[in-house]
Write a protein of this length. Structure first.
Length: 302
């Protein structure tokens, strides 16, 4: 059952007025229920619903919970599926984990399922475009126009859209999230779920430079990851990244983070130094091994 049909079925079964009133009551009380996140904010819901309040908010308790779930990065690299765990925000005390290796492990385990679920959303649209591009399905002009607008594409032709509607390698997203957020410890992550250093017209003001650009604020980590991937897939500054990714696809390869990092010169004022830093993060932390990771489906609403 597709996401749209699943949500339609749930909404049909729920008494509409009671459901809406109940959901808004939860929001007024400051409680964001999983049902609210799924139905009205279009966010995935998974195994995080089984965590206690302490496990959600305290880094060491969360680390213990992930270990109890048998969620180990070495096993993911060996082919085990990634647990569908979608925390709305990171524990604020992540920087208080004494061992750097443990802090990194917690951060990577929390980020990986979020990146994979966003890539799955994109892969679904990409598969539909591929069928249309190969003339194996009737063109849906209204849908193509919507996709072209969403990805800021001058063309609504399926072949042209395929250059933009594509996944971002987990190794690249993990490295940039680590770099831009200080492994999940920056103020912008704690206060605005801003993992990737994205700026906005209004938002969080840097404490050391009040005249600098405001940093974007997001409702959740999922929203931040989705905005980051959208940025790489749509912004004119990353046309070269999309070109390299398409060339790798045309050769029958799978785009990896190290290759695409070379096209990130516009992401930071540091230019080549930023590229070198991202590639070093990928290399030193063995992130390429997660580029083919798969998300487990048990217990997920998406």
């Amino acid at each position: 059952m597709t996401e749209t049909r699943a949500k339609s079925s749930v909404l049909t079964l729920l008494p509409p007025l009671l459901a809406v009133a109940g959901l808004y009551a939860l929001v007024m009380l400051g409680i964001e229920s999983p049902l609210w996140r799924w139905l009205l904010r279009d966010e995935p819901v998974g195994l995080e619903t089984s965590l206690s309040a302490n496990e959600m908010s305290q880094a060491e308790s969360l680390d213990a919970a992930l270990t109890r779930m048998n969620y180990r990065l070495d096993r993911i690299a060996a082919g085990q599926t990634v647990p569908p765990l979608f925390l709305p925000s990171l524990p604020e005390d992540l920087d208080q984990i004494a061992e750097i290796a443990t802090k990194k492990q917690v951060f990577l385990r929390l980020m990986l399922p979020l990146i994979l679920v966003v890539n799955e959303e994109i892969a679904e649209d990409r598969a539909r475009l591929e069928i249309m591009a190969a003339n194996r399905a009737r063109r849906d002009e209204s849908w193509l126009a919507e996709v072209a607008e969403r990805y800021q594409s001058p063309s609504a032709e399926p072949a042209a859209l395929l250059r933009r509607v594509d996944v971002v390698p987990p190794s690249l997203a993990l490295a940039q999230a680590a770099e831009e957020s200080g492994w999940g410890t920056s103020r912008f992550v704690r206060q605005g779920n801003n993992l990737f250093g994205q700026i906005a017209a209004t938002g969080l003001i840097p404490e050391d430079d009040s005249s600098g650009p405001a940093m974007a604020s997001f409702d959740s980590l999922h929203a931040a990851v989705r905005a980051y991937v959208q940025n790489l897939n749509a912004h004119p500054a990353y046309d070269n990244l999309r070109r390299i990714r398409a060339q790798i696809r045309a050769r029958g390869g799978f785009p990896d983070g190290h290759s695409l990092a070379g096209a990130l010169g516009a992401y930071s004022e540091r230019g080549q130094a930023y590229i070198d830093g991202i590639r070093a993060l990928i290399r030193h932390n063995g992130l390429l091994r997660f580029d083919h990771a798969k998300l487990g489906r048990q217990g997920i609403l998406s």
